[in-house]
Design a protein around this ligand. Structure first.
Ligand SMILES: *Cc1c(COP(=O)(O)O)cnc(C)c1O
Length: 379
C-alpha cells in the first residue's frame, strides 16, 4: 500500500482479519470455551471465558479499525464488545462515574436512559439533562465529569455539534461519550471528532440483520479502555462467541448495507416531503432538515431512519397495517424495512401519530411505492 487511505468498502470487508495462514479460514470460526488450557502462572491473553475470547479479539480489532482507521497502533485494544448496547452504555457510565460526580444525559435520547438515570441517582451521581438539538448541553456542563450525547438522537433525529461540545467540555475537564448507534462508524467517527468514547448498540445497523444483540465501546485513552474492560469482567455482560462471530461476518457487508439503506432513506424522505398527510418529517440528509447543516459537517452518511407524523393514532395504525414490504416492529438499521408507531412504548415525548421508519435494502422503487400506497389506503 502506498499510504493512500483505503475506501470504506475495502476496509469493511477486511476489518479485523488475522494474517492469512495456510489452511486456516479467512475469518476463524467462533471459539466456544469457558476456559483455556492454562498450566502454571495464570497470565496470557486467554484464561477464563468471562475475561477474554479470541472471537471477541477479532471483532474488537475490526470495530476499532472502523472507528479509528488512522488511529495509533494498538487502537484495537481500545475497543471492547458487550452483550448489548445497554451493557456497553452502562460500562462507560458505571466505570467512569462515582458518587458525587455529575453527568449530563440527553433528555430526548434512547428510551432506556431514564432507567439508567434512576440507578445513577441511587448511587449518588448528579444527573443533568439537555435536549440534543441546539447545543443546550453547554449551559449544564459546569463541573460535570461526563457529557453523554446521542447524535442523531433516537427517535427525534436531532443532531448536535460534536466538535463544538467536545471543545467546550474538554476545556472544563469533562469527558465526552457519543452514542453512535444510528450513524455507525461509516456514517460518523466520534473519536476523530474529539470524543473520548464512541459507544453503540450493534444490534442495529452495525450488524444489520435483526438477529443478534451486541454493543461496543471504543475509547481514545487506553486506561479508560482498561476500565471499561474491567467493568465487563466484573458484571459479566459478555457477548456469546456465536454472536460475536456473526457480527464480524456481518461487518463485511457494512458498507454495502449502509450505502444502500442511506440512499433509500433519502429517496423515501423526498417522496414524503410535501405530502399534506405527513408532518414533522425528519431526515438529517434532507437539505432543508433542521439538522442538516451540522450533520453535513460531521457525518459522511446520514443513517437509515426517517421519522414523520401522521394525523392521529388510528391513521398511523392503518398505515402500518397496510404496508406489505415493511414489518411493524421495533429496532432499526436492518436490511428489511421496519416501522412502528413509537408512542406505543410510552417512553418518548412524541405525538400519537409519530412513525419511526427504518429503511432497509429493498429496491427503492418497490419500497417507496409500498409506502405511498399504504398512506393512500390509510386515509
Ligand atoms: C437500541 C439502542 C440502544 C440499546 O441497545 P441494545 O442493543 O438494545 O441494548 C442504545 N442506544 C440507542 C441509540 C439505541 O437505538
Amino acid at each position: 500500500m502506498d499510504g493512500t487511505p483505503l475506501g470504506d468498502g475495502t476496509r469493511a470487508v477486511r476489518a479485523g482479519l488475522p494474517e492469512p495462514r495456510k489452511y486456516e479460514p479467512t475469518l476463524p470460526g467462533p471459539v466456544f470455551a469457558a476456559h483455556f488450557h492454562l498450566p502454571g502462572e495464570p497470565t496470557g491473553p486467554y484464561t477464563y471465558g468471562r475475561d477474554e475470547n479470541p472471537t471477541w479479539t477479532h471483532l474488537e480489532r475490526a470495530i476499532g479499525q472502523l472507528e479509528a482507521p488512522g488511529g495509533p497502533a494498538g487502537q484495537d485494544e481500545r475497543t471492547v464488545v458487550f452483550a448489548s448496547g445497554m451493557a456497553a452504555i452502562s460500562a462507560v457510565l458505571f466505570s467512569q462515574l462515582k458518587s458525587g460526580d455529575a453527568v449530563v444525559l440527553p433528555s430526548d435520547g434512547y428510551q432506556a436512559l431514564p432507567l439508567l438515570r434512576e440507578r445513577l441517582e441511587a448511587y449518588g451521581v448528579e444527573v443533568r439533562t439537555a435536549p440534543t438539538g441546539g447545543d443546550a448541553q453547554l449551559s449544564v456542563l459546569d463541573g460535570a465529569r461526563l457529557l453523554w450525547i446521542e447524535t442523531p438522537s433516537n427517535p427525534g433525529l436531532d443532531v448536535c455539534d460534536i466538535r463544538r461540545l467536545v471543545a467546550e467540555a474538554h476545556r472544563g475537564g469533562t469527558l465526552v461519550a457519543v452514542d453512535n448507534t444510528l450513524a455507525t462508524p461509516l456514517g460518523q467517527r466520534p473519536l476523530e471528532l474529539g470524543a473520548d468514547f464512541s459507544v453503540a448498540s450493534d444490534t442495529k445497523g452495525m450488524t444489520g440483520h435483526g438477529d443478534i444483540l451486541l454493543g461496543h465501546v471504543s475509547c481514545r485513552d487506553p486506561e479508560q479502555a482498561a476500565a471499561v474492560r474491567r467493568w465487563r469482567k466484573v458484571v459479566g455482560a459478555i457477548p456469546g462467541p456465536m454472536e460475536a462471530w456473526l457480527a464480524h461476518r456481518s461487518l463485511a457487508t457494512l458498507q454495502l448495507r449502509v450505502e444502500r439503506q442511506c440512499a433509500n432513506a433519502l429517496l423515501l424522505a423526498e417522496a414524503l416531503a410535501g405530502r399534506e398527510d405527513v408532518t414533522g418529517l425528519r431526515y438529517p440528509g434532507l437539505p432543508d432538515d433542521a439538522s442538516h447543516p451540522v450533520a453535513a459537517r460531521q457525518m459522511r452518511r446520514f443513517g437509515s431512519v426517517v421519522s414523520f407524523v401522521l394525523p392521529d393514532r388510528a391513521r398511523a395504525d392503518r398505515f402500518l397495517d397496510a404496508l406489505r414490504l415493511v414489518d411493524d416492529a421495533t429496532s432499526f438499521g436492518g436490511v428489511r424495512s421496519t416501522a412502528e408507531r413509537r408512542g406505543r412504548w410510552g417512553g418518548d415525548a412524541v405525538p400519537e401519530g409519530f412513525i419511526r421508519f427504518s429503511v432497509g435494502a429493498e429496491d427503492p422503487e418497490d419500497l417507496v411505492a409500498d409506502v405511498l400506497r399504504a398512506l393512500e389506503e390509510a386515509r
